[in-house]
Write a protein that binds this ligand. Structure first.
Ligand SMILES: *Cc1c(COP(=O)(O)O)cnc(C)c1O
Length: 499
């Protein structure tokens, strides 16, 4: 199967090229030219499989130029019990008769980005090798916290790669800083940048678009690459866990194979929920895709009105990984729903770039409404949902997951649709312990205790276990203490690459 660009149908590449390149040269995103199908018989058969076997079934349908061995090796390197602290990798927790929580945070950094970033480095290095390209891949990341750590863990000691992460000196939590500055691995480097996230991000962007620097690196057989969520290699592993969750529910006799379920996803860049839409198009019996946003509700408005408008105030919320005004992966949805209309998609994206806004046609709007429901919850509602959910079901969710639970509750109230629903849980409550403990009525302690004591408190008071990777942080050796200015970032990279 080949891949096309959302902005130019004449571009066609193999899956390994789509992954090695990341972005199409004219700015479009790579999408499969057709959607492979999975029959109910296949799904029934997959119900008895392990997560890694299910992954092979799904990835194999998309990455058709990978050999079976190559796929198996990538999967085996990514999804291990050591890294995920559980054999089931992405377990489903039945919260009540209609809400099934798909826990995507058992990986090394306690957030769902591990699901894709644990396998992406292997897909990437395999792709580069397959294409016969003789070069080292240098991953460059600017992070506001979570992605950087997940990328570091994913690329750590992967042969043929180096990774450098820049984070804003003023912009990350104590735990996030420690997670990055204690990072192990021979091929990693971490630096703080004076300033905020935009400073770090703009610095990295400037380096990516520096042609002269690109050529300089190429002469040393090195190429820069990003671990960005627009890479197909980050999206495709996310399709797997929706099939896996459905299979788990069939196996546990919560549903019969063929029964429809809803899926509800706390959304930022639209990657996670788009993966669920792909699963639906492939034949997974999904009725409605419920798109949950926080106060940055640009997607809620888009689904309800057909107008995407990023010209609005930006809010910092307690679910920071969803504080996004441009959801890049929406471009792939528009391409699919318009039947592969590249010029239409290109037009929308030009309008977005020039005016910060576009309006889709009535047909596209209707098709989106048929598949998606959009809702949002602000910080106050999110906090109330955390405490209500704990009181009713004894289950503690993180802030991002709580936004999804809140929107799902609202959806059921509004529509009366009580179809069993898979709710994507994207972070461990320990990762956002301050906001979670405050929501549960511990504001005073949150103001007094440091983050490590808060971990213990959350565990003790709510009968949970602190994830090993967070617990061990306090004792770990600090390996990286560099703080640079925005204009020194290239020098930091060069210094690291020399060794
Ligand atoms: C990245 C992230 C999200 C948003 O996912 P998208 O694929 O960008 O929509 C939600 N929750 C958490 C915890 C995240 O890290």
């Amino acid at each position: 199967m080949n891949y096309k660009s959302t902005r130019d149908n004449s571009i066609e590449v193999k899956s390994s090229e789509a992954i090695a390149k990341g972005l199409s040269p004219e700015g479009g995103l790579f999408v499969p030219e057709s959607i492979p199908t999975v029959s109910l018989t296949n799904i029934k058969y997959m119900a008895d499989m392990s997560y890694t076997q299910r992954a092979k079934e799904i990835l194999g349908r998309f990455l058709t130029d990978f050999t079976e061995d190559e796929l198996e090796n990538c999967i085996a390197a990514a999804y291990t019990k050591e890294k995920f602290e559980t054999n089931s990798i992405a377990p489903v927790y039945k919260m009540n008769d209609s809400q099934y929580v798909l826990e995507l945070w058992h990986g090394p950094t306690c957030a769902f980005k591990d699901m894709a970033l644990q396998i992406l480095p292997h897909l990437l290095t395999t792709s580069v090798k397959k294409l016969g390209i003789d070069r080292e891949t240098v991953i460059l990341v600017a992070t506001s916290g979570d992605t950087g750590k997940a990328a570091l863990e994913g690329f750590k000691d992967v042969a043929g790669t180096k990774i450098i992460v820049f984070f804003p000196d003023e912009g990350v939590s104590q735990i996030q800083r420690l997670q990055m500055c204690t990072q192990e691995g021979k091929n990693v480097f971490v630096s703080a940048v004076n300033g905020n996230f935009d400073d770090a991000q703009n610095g990295v962007k400037a380096i990516f678009t520096d042609k002269e620097y690109e050529n300089e690196l190429l002469s040393e057989k090195k190429a820069l690459s990003s671990a960005n969520s627009i890479n197909w290699g980050r999206l495709v592993p996310q399709i797997v866990y929706y099939f896996s969750a459905y299979c788990d529910m069939v196996k546990a006799e919560e549903i019969e194979c063929g029964d429809e379920v809803n899926v509800c996803v706390p959304t930022g860049n639209f990657g996670n929920i788009l993966a669920a839409y792909y699963a639906k198009c492939m034949g997974l019996p999904i009725k409605k895709l419920i798109c949950a946003s926080n106060k940055n509700n640009v997607l809620t408005d888009f689904i309800n009105t057909g107008v995407y408008d990023r010209n609005r105030e930006f809010y910092v919320t307690t679910s920071p990984s969803m504080d996004i005004l441009i959801s890049s992966n929406l471009e792939r949805l528009l391409y699919m729903i318009s039947g592969g209309n590249d010029s239409l998609v290109k037009g929308y994206m030009t309008e977005l770039k020039e005016n910060g806004k576009y309006a889709v046609s009535d047909e596209i709007k209707e098709e989106i409404k048929k598949n998606f429901y959009g809702g949002c919850a602000d910080d106050e509602k999110c906090a109330k949902t955390i405490s209500d959910t704990y009181e009713k079901f004894g289950y503690v969710t993180d802030t991002h997951t709580a936004v999804a639970v809140a929107v799902h509750n609202e959806y059921v109230k509004e529509t009366g649709d009580e179809t069993k629903t898979i709710i994507a849980s994207t972070a461990s409550p320990f990762k956002f312990n301050g906001a979670v403990l405050s929501a549960l009525g511990n504001e005073e302690q949150v103001a007094e205790l440091d983050e490590f004591r808060l971990l213990d408190k959350l565990a003790e008071d709510y009968e949970l276990r602190v994830p090993a990777s967070l617990k061990s942080l306090e004792e770990k050796e600090i390996r990286f203490e560099v703080v640079c200015d925005k204009n020194q970032m290239k020098a930091v990279i060069n210094e690291f690459l020399k060794n």
